[in-house]
Design a binder for this molecule. Structure first.
Ligand code: ADP
Length: 222
């Protein structure tokens, strides 16, 4: 399977789409946010530094994230295809990632740019709730994505929580950073001819669109 890079503003549904594709086709989900949150929960100097940055919605240093990605994509489970969710986040990371996959002789794959009408954006983030056990993502403002019972995961019955950085200050920083430093990557990948746009207003339709793109490209998703 082709490796996928998911690119989208916060709340557009990168995590939801990645989880659906992984469940259905067996990709490995590489969410840099999840990896960093896990590292931040370790009570040492690096953990504290990462936590401070995440809580404020500031990107962690490129070197740290590049090393994390390089280690991860070389794991044998990633050989059948992986999905990058949250990386690359700026042009420097995108260029360094290109060098990395050339050096490691890996497939560059394709980039899916998820789009979302602006009025939905804030609701997607402030309404986001996550299962504390299985990580499934819900949204209290969406009929399609709300849990059946308030605060309880439909799949495993565990409680749902709101991410600490889904608050207004951090959100503002993250969205500003997205438009200033992440958006230029869209043109970078467009120019390479590997970028595909997918409307993410409805998460089921977004999944179907990605499946058609992969089918059209002759990818072996089975
Ligand atoms: P969101 O997309 O909602 O901002 P993520 O879970 O992707 O959330 O990221 C949470 C935080 O982790 C970011 O605000 C940033 O501090 C850090 N982070 C995640 N991915 C990267 C990356 N590729 N480069 C630098 N920092 C990152």
């Amino acid at each position: 399977m082709k490796n996928l890079i998911l690119l989208a503003v916060q709340g557009a549904g990168k995590g939801t789409l990645a989880k659906a594709l992984c469940k259905k086709y067996g990709y490995v989900h590489i969410s840099t946010g999840d990896i960093l949150r896990q590292r931040a929960s370790v009570d040492d100097e690096l953990g504290t530094q990462i936590k401070n940055l995440i809580d404020k919605g500031i990107l962690v240093p490129d070197d740290l994230i590049l090393k994390t990605i390089e280690d991860k994509i070389q794991e044998s489970e990633c050989r059948n295809g992986y999905i990058l969710d949250g990386f690359p986040r700026n042009l420097e990371q995108a260029k360094k990632y290109d060098e990395m996959i050339k050096r490691l002789n890996l497939d560059e794959g394709i980039v899916i740019h998820l789009t979302l009408p602006e009025d939905l954006l804030l609701k997607r983030i402030t309404g986001r709730r996550i299962c504390s056990s299985c990580g499934l993502i819900y949204n209290i403002y969406s009929d399609q994505m709300n849990s059946k019972q308030d605060g309880i995961c439909d799949e495993c019955g565990s409680s749902l929580y709101q991410r600490a950085d889904d608050n207004e200050e951090s959100m503002k920083n993250r969205i500003d950073t997205y438009f200033k430093v992440t958006v230029p990557i869209i043109d970078y990948y467009k120019n390479k001819g590997i970028l595909y746009e997918v409307d993410s207003t409805d998460s089921n339709n977004a999944l179907i669109s990605v499946e058609s793109i992969l089918g059209f490209l002759g990818d072996h998703i089975d």
